[in-house]
Design a protein around this ligand. Structure first.
Ligand code: NAG
Length: 393
């Protein structure tokens, strides 16, 4: 029996080798069982898979508990993380030991994350203890999924749910694609941003469906050459460049293209925000096109006086220069009268701003939708409802 089995195994390996199939590393073979903690099993399966070229870690259907994991490369070759089941983070923040992430993919070239599974951050307790709205030096909370130095990779058909903090964060990634990613958290969950892109380039996000308590997708310092296509957002705070200018020597944001987005019941639509009294910086080549707003509070907004919860003592103007920004084919309904708000810095006025084919309606009391321009003279074309810069400050 044992002899037959080993002959069968050798034959199987020969077949695998000859077809160059992915070698499968199922966490079950490393001791994982449904409803139990699989931190050790996953760590071992990942290590084994990473040491082989062309491998696949599989977590099959079922619910599993998982503590902090650092899925670290570089690996021997391409590697797939195939999650079919649901991973649940510990409820208690303390058990993640002050880590800034829960599942961390780091230093990997040629990663595929797939499988239709769920990363459930179990954030309910952490949200209640989150003091970040009152204290900007609040304790770090773990991000559901971090991608640090991940290159030439694809993330598709996964769900991130109820993260304790941001859902997905990119740091120093290049050529990373997101397809069919779903992100959900309640409207009142603090700092649960959907996807935050920082210090990364050549990123595409396609067909995402994101509803959270904070920004849908946000672009921080060093986000360059990013394409967002066919994304739905809501609830949450909308699609946002920034906030910028909070720290010294921030890398510029450039080359952001958002096309075909639908935002529903969000606090903002498409936004660029910078802190007043800021360090210098730049945001350029930023384009929003074909965006539908459903009952959105600030559909089009540049806010260079961004200062939530009065955290700024000095109100001198922002030094972040905003240029080459277009808002084209943006239609739908605004839930506030001020549908278009372009509030640029007095010290570095916005340049090359374009408004084209804007049709935003407001149905509340006080008249139709308005637009305000401060320290900016946008170039306009096509239909403009509201008329551009009807209120000049
Ligand atoms: C402005 O943006 C467009 C579209 O991305 C780009 O082709 C052009 O080079 C940019 N212009 C400047 C001056 O940066």
């Amino acid at each position: 029996m044992g002899k037959n089995l080993s002959i069968a195994t050798i034959l199987l390996l020969l077949v695998l080798a000859s077809t160059k199939a992915q070698q499968v590393f199922d966490v079950k073979s490393y001791g994982a069982q449904p409803n139990a903690d699989i931190t050790q099993a996953l760590t071992k399966a990942w290590k084994a898979a990473c040491a082989v070229a062309g491998s696949k870690v599989v977590i099959s259907a079922g619910v599993y508990k998982l503590g902090f994991v650092n899925l670290l490369g570089p690996c021997k070759g391409a590697i797939e993380f195939n999650l079919q089941g649901t991973l649940q983070a510990p409820l208690d923040v303390a058990s993640l030991n002050g880590k800034d992430g829960w599942v961390v993919f780091e230093h990997i070239d040629g990663l595929t994350v797939s499988g239709g599974g769920v990363f459930d951050g179990k954030g309910q307790q952490a949200w209640q203890k989150n003091k970040c709205d009152k204290d900007k030096n609040c304790n770090v909370l773990p991000i559901n999924i971090r991608f640090d130095k991940v290159t030439n990779s694809i993330v598709q058909d996964i769900t991130s749910k109820d993260s304790k903090y941001f859902h997905i964060n990119l740091l120093q990634c290049t050529k990373l694609q997101f397809q069919h990613v779903t992100i959900t958290a309640p409207a009142n969950s603090p700092n649960t941003d959907g996807i935050h892109v920082g210090h990364s380039s050549q990123i595409t996000i396609t067909n995402a469906n994101i509803g959270t308590g904070d920004d849908c997708i946000s672009f921080g310092a060093g986000a360059q050459d990013i394409t967002v296509n066919q994304v739905t957002c809501g609830p949450g705070h909308g699609i946002s460049v920034g906030s910028l200018g909070k720290y010294q020597n921030e890398e510029p944001v450039s080359g952001i293209r958002v096309t075909g987005a639908t935002l529903s019941n969000t606090d903002n639509g498409v936004r660029i925000k910078t802190w007043p009294a800021s360090s210098s910086g730049a945001a350029t080549d930023i384009h929003f096109e074909d965006v539908v707003m459903n009952n959105v509070a600030n559909p089009i907004i540049i806010d260079q006086n961004y200062c939530p919860n009065s955290q700024c003592s000095n109100q001198s103007p922002s030094k972040v220069k905003i240029s080459n920004v277009s808002f084209k084919k943006i239609s739908g309904s605004s839930s506030t009268q001020e549908a278009v708000n372009l509030i640029c810095s007095k010290s570095v006025p916005c340049q090359q701003v374009v408004l084209s084919d804007i049709d935003l309606t407001y149905k509340g009391s006080g008249g139709s939708a308005t637009s305000t321009c401060t320290n900016v003279q946008p170039a306009v074309s096509g239909k403009l409802n509201p008329p551009a810069c009807a209120n000049k400050n």
